[in-house]
Design a protein around this ligand. Sequence first.
Ligand SMILES: [Fe+2]
Ligand SMILES: [Fe+2]
Length: 132
Amino acid sequence: MSLLHWEERYSVGVAAVDHEHRELIELINRLYAEATARESKDAIVNFFGDLFKAISSHFALEERLMRERGYDQFAQHKNDHERLLDELRDIMEDFEANAGVDEKLLARSLDAWFSRHFESHDARLHSLLRDH
Ligand SMILES: [Fe+2]
Ligand SMILES: [Fe+2]
């Protein structure tokens, strides 16, 4: 099943960025579907590894842009990126301790984080960059 669904409230108002975020969500869904189809603990552990990689590389791209442009809210934005990675780490540790993924919790955390982060930090960053 799909872990996440694109929501209108995720939109940052810049088509290219929305496209990239949609691709990130699709990638997460694909990785998750592959992992759950294999029904093994290793597959889920790998899924978390891949999830981290996919999200981290998206963040790295934004952080590079912010550094290059001398973005004024770089620290706050980067902190929010770190916060999601911390949350995911907690969910993964919980999985390793209990050998089960709380799928609803994982979906809810990602959804809550994406909607908040996309509509605040990413919307501000990308609308500023678009005007320059
Ligand atoms: Fe961001
Ligand atoms: Fe983003």
